[in-house]
Design a protein around this ligand. Structure first.
Ligand SMILES: [Cu+2]
Length: 391
């Protein structure tokens, strides 16, 4: 936690006080050669912050790996491989263990590549001439970034596996298909990252083809298993969904929907036209606001709620509706703008583009209002839980 927080402070300081503007992609050699916009020491501060956050997460994953080994006798057993390959395992690990094992492995690798490229970038600033092949650097950065953002959503899904059974009364089971889907994800999530580099004509053609083809195979099994699993568990279960459970269900729906525009953009011929438009922010905002962040809100509200089984009250319906309307409006607005060729990553917009921007601002405000409402609902429960712990 200390490493993470000090890293965040460095990153925020580098951006808001130092004016660092090379974005999360910190593409080599941009941090070192800013054209006078920010000083080299600010670039070091930002990169150091990233490294601290990365080391903090690495420790979390190493601790997770230790616990999985201690509890399940090894990572392959935690991945339910005896069940997957031989049809037998006693006891079968719960879905959370399978997911945690997969994420632990691939995100540890992602973090190691990220840490390596960050350290070399810092060295390049301090000792110019260290020399780093820019294409290798870009590959390492996108491997790290792609793997990390996938890890955040794959760990958020754990909340659905753990909390939804409380409402349906049906425990979420690790089946052979479930274990298989997670093992496919474990391999494919790492192999598909070149889909971020489809516009780099200097990349070897085979790597880009792998990026395109495996992108179809990467998310499909997991999304299918989780979405169909959720529908099957909910069907005729008599579950009375309250606000936390509704947000978790929305999270799976938004994740599934948000993956669709990414598949479209993962096709090389489409990517050439669409990748530098607002289509891409449309994809990842949908996947995050209506997917991962909805699951995080659901988990927070579930932790903070008093008695269970209260159903959806009037204010719950209102807040949920605002969040859904705001999220859908904002992200569909991005997609429409992208489909109309409005470019992304521009600080200033041409007057013709603001047609799409204005409704986007309105929908973003709805999300903010709903988020304040969620927080206000969660606060009393969190305070009470804190007092209980102290007593
Ligand atoms: Cu990706």
């Amino acid at each position: 936690m200390g490493l993470f927080l000090s890293g965040v402070v460095s990153i925020l300081g580098g951006i808001s006080l130092g004016g660092f503007a090379a974005a999360w992609t910190f593409l080599y050699p941009l941090p070192a050669i800013s054209g006078g916009v920010w000083s080299p020491s600010v670039a070091v501060l930002y990169l150091l912050g990233l490294a601290l956050v990365g080391v903090g997460f690495l420790l979390v994953h190493l601790e997770c790996a230790r616990a999985l080994r201690a509890g399940w006798g090894g990572l392959s057993r935690a991945l339910a491989w005896p069940l997957l390959f031989r049809g037998a395992q006693e006891p079968v690990p719960p879905p959370t263990v399978v997911a945690a094992a997969a994420v632990t492995i691939f995100n540890t690798l992602g973090l190691v590549f990220g840490a390596a490229v960050i350290v070399i970038s810092i060295l390049e600033i301090l000792l110019p001439g260290v020399g780093l092949d820019p294409l290798s650097a870009k590959n390492m950065i996108y491997f790290f970034g792609h793997v990390f953002i996938n890890a955040t959503i794959y760990m958020a899904v754990v909340a659905v596996y753990e909390i939804v059974p409380e409402y349906t009364g049906r425990p979420w089971k690790t089946t052979r298909i479930f274990a298989g889907a997670w093992s496919v994800v474990l391999l494919f999530v790492m192999a598909v990252y070149p889909h971020h580099l489809l516009q780099d004509t200097v990349m070897p053609g085979w790597a880009l083809v792998v990026g395109q083809v495996l992108s179809y195979g990467s998310a499909v099994p997991l999304v299918a298993v989780t979405t169909f699993g959720l529908l099957a568990y909910l069907y005729r279960s008599g579950a009375r969904l309250d606000l936390p459970a509704s947000l978790l269900v929305l999270g799976v729906a938004g994740w599934t929907a948000g993956v669709m525009p990414a598949w479209v953009d993962g096709i090389i011929v489409v990517n050439k036209v669409m990748h530098n438009t607002l289509w891409v922010p449309g994809h990842f905002h949908m996947y995050l606001i209506l997917g991962q962040v909805a699951m995080v809100w659901g988990t927070l509200l579930w932790l903070a709620r008093g008695s269970s089984g209260s159903g959806l009250g009037r204010s719950d319906r209102l807040l949920f509706g605002l969040y859904l309307l705001g999220g859908a409006g904002l992200t569909l607005g991005f997609l429409v703008a992208g489909a109309s060729s409005v470019p992304r990553r521009w600080a200033v917009h041409d007057p013709a583009w603001t047609v799409h921007d204005l409704p986007g601002v309105f929908f973003a405000l709805l999300i903010l209002v709903a988020a304040c409402g969620f927080f206000a609902k969660a606060l009393p429960g969190l305070v009470a839980a804190g007092e209980e712990r102290r007593a």
